[in-house]
Write a protein that binds this ligand. Structure first.
Ligand SMILES: [Zn+2]
Length: 420
C-alpha cells in the first residue's frame, strides 16, 4: 500500500534550448502494476500557441521483461477525454529488454492534460515522458519554401530541405563516415497527417536525441507524403546513421514519414524515394537490382529495415513495393547515366527495335510487361501477350521505361524511345 502511494509524479522540468524554436517538457514518474494511469498537465508557462505537440516515452525496469505497452488519452478544452491512442514501440533501439522507448504520438495543440495508461506491467518501472512543443513561429514558416539541390547523377536535379531549412539544432557531434553499399528504406510508423511536415521532422530529431539519447537524428534522409525530401543526419554524404539493427556502417537510411502499415505510400513520396535511391546508387556505384554481403549476411542492395531484424518497418504497404522500386531505380540509371555505373548490369533488357514506332518485340518467357514514363506513371500493363509482340502505337513520342517479369520471377527493365 505504501508503495502505491509513492507512485505518481516524481520530477518535472521544462526547457527551451537557447535559440531553438521548441520547448521540451520532461516528467519522470513511477508506475506499478496496480496503478492504472498517470495524468500530466500540458500547460507550459510563457508559451505562445503551439503548432505541434508530440509525446514520446522512455521506460526503465529492473529486470529484463518482454516490455510494457502504453496508451494515451488527452483532455480537450471542452473537458472531454479523447479515445485511447496506442504508443508504438521504437524498434530502432539496441536494448537488453530492461528499458525501451515509444515513438511520438501527435496530439491536438490545445490539449489541457494527458493521461498515460500502462498495460502488461509485471513490476514497478520508471517512465519519463517527453512532451515536445513547437510554438507558432514566423521564422519556421518563412523558411519552409526554401530548398537546396543535389545533382542527381548526370540527368536530374533533386531538391531537398537542408537541416538549416527545417531548423535542425546545431550539434557538436563527431560523425563517422563509411562508403555506402546498401540503401535501407524505413517508415516513421507515426502520424499520416500534418500541415507542417518540417515540424514532424524536427519532432523526430527531438525523439532520437532527447528520448533515445542518439547523438543526432537516426536517418540520412526523410520524405514527407507530399514528396518533399529532408536532409537527416548532419555531416554530409556517407555519414553513418543509426537506423539498421545496430549494423549501420555502409548503409544509408531513408525514412518515409507516415505509418505505411495503415496507409499506402503516396505517389509523390514514392517518386522522391526513387530519386534519392537513384542519386545514391549512382553516387556510390550501387547496383539496385542485386544482393551483396552486409555484416556477413547477403541482402538486397536496396532493402527494407525488416530485412535486417525483426520489425514491421518499412510497413506492410511499403515493403512489397521495393521489388518494383529496384527496377525503376535501375531504369533511371540506365536512362540517365552518360558513362553508366561501372559494373555491367546483367539483367538489363535490350529493347528491339529502339527507337520504336508501333510494335515492341519482347522475350518469349515474358509473364507481364509494364511501360512507365520517367515520373513513374504507368501507361501500359498487360499479361495478355500474343506472339511476343506489344503494340505501343498509342503512346506519345518520348522516352519510357519498359519493365518485364520473366517466368522465373526475374524483373528486367530497359529504356524505350517512342517515335512517330
Ligand atoms: Zn525502420
Amino acid at each position: 500500500m505504501i508503495r502505491f502511494i509513492l507512485c505518481g509524479l516524481f520530477l518535472i522540468f521544462i526547457y527551451n534550448v537557447n535559440g531553438q524554436p521548441f520547448y521540451n517538457k520532461f516528467e519522470k514518474f513511477t508506475l506499478s502494476p496496480a496503478q492504472r494511469s498517470n495524468v500530466i498537465n500540458m500547460k507550459v508557462e510563457a508559451l505562445e500557441t503551439p503548432e505541434l505537440v508530440a509525446v514520446s516515452l522512455k521506460w526503465n525496469g529492473i529486470r529484463k521483461i518482454s516490455g510494457p505497452s502504453f496508451k494515451l488519452q488527452y483532455l480537450s478544452y471542452e473537458n472531454k477525454w479523447s479515445e485511447e491512442l496506442t504508443f508504438i514501440n521504437d524498434t530502432h533501439l539496441e536494448t537488453d529488454g530492461s528499458w525501451g522507448t515509444f515513438l511520438p504520438l501527435y496530439i491536438p495543440e490545445n490539449a489541457k492534460e494527458i493521461k498515460i495508461l500502462p498495460s502488461n506491467l509485471i513490476e514497478e518501472i520508471d517512465v519519463t515522458s517527453n512532451i515536445f512543443i513547437v510554438p507558432m513561429q514566423k521564422s519556421l514558416t518563412d523558411k519552409t519554401s526554401e530548398m537546396s539541390s543535389l545533382a542527381n547523377c548526370f540527368c536530374d536535379t533533386l531538391l531537398f530541405k537542408s537541416r538549416d531549412q527545417w531548423q535542425a539544432p546545431n550539434t557538436s557531434v563527431s560523425y563517422r563516415y563509411a562508403d555506402v553499399t546498401h540503401l535501407i528504406v524505413h517508415h516513421a510508423a507515426s502520424t499520416n497527417t500534418s500541415n507542417n511536415w518540417a515540424n514532424v521532422v524536427l519532432s523526430i530529431w527531438n525523439f532520437h536525441v532527447n528520448t533515445n539519447n542518439f547523438s543526432d537524428i537516426a536517418y540520412n534522409w526523410l520524405i514527407d507524403p507530399n514528396g518533399v525530401l529532408y536532409e537527416g543526419r548532419g555531416g554530409g554524404n556517407n555519414v553513418v546513421g543509426a537506423h539498421f539493427c545496430g549494423k549501420n556502417t555502409n548503409t544509408m537510411g531513408v525514412c518515409m514519414l507516415g505509418n505505411l502499415s495503415t496507409v499506402e505510400p503516396t505517389e509523390a513520396a514514392l517518386k522522391t524515394l526513387r530519386q534519392i535511391l537513384f542519386w545514391k546508387s549512382c553516387d556510390s556505384k550501387i547496383n539496385p537490382m542485386t544482393q551483396s554481403t552486409h555484416s556477413g549476411v547477403n541482402i538486397n542492395n536496396i532493402s527494407g529495415h525488416r530485412d535486417g531484424c525483426a520489425t514491421e518497418c518499412p510497413g506492410n504497404f511499403m515493403y512489397p513495393k521495393l521489388l518494383e522500386l529496384r527496377s525503376l531505380v535501375k531504369a533511371s540509371i540506365d536512362a540517365c547515366s552518360v558513362t553508366g555505373i561501372d559494373e555491367k548490369m546483367e539483367d538489363q533488357y535490350v529493347i528491339t527495335p529502339n527507337p520504336i514506332k508501333d510494335v515492341l518485340e519482347i522475350p518469349e518467357d515474358t509473364k507481364w510487361i509494364k511501360i512507365f514514363d520517367f515520373n513513374g506513371k504507368l501507361y501500359l500493363y498487360t499479361s495478355f501477350l500474343i506472339e511476343n509482340k506489344v503494340n505501343v502505337e498509342h503512346l506519345l513520342e518520348g522516352s519510357y521505361i519498359v519493365q518485364i517479369l520473366d517466368k522465373h520471377g526475374q524483373l528486367h527493365s530497359g529504356k524505350m524511345i517512342r517515335v512517330n
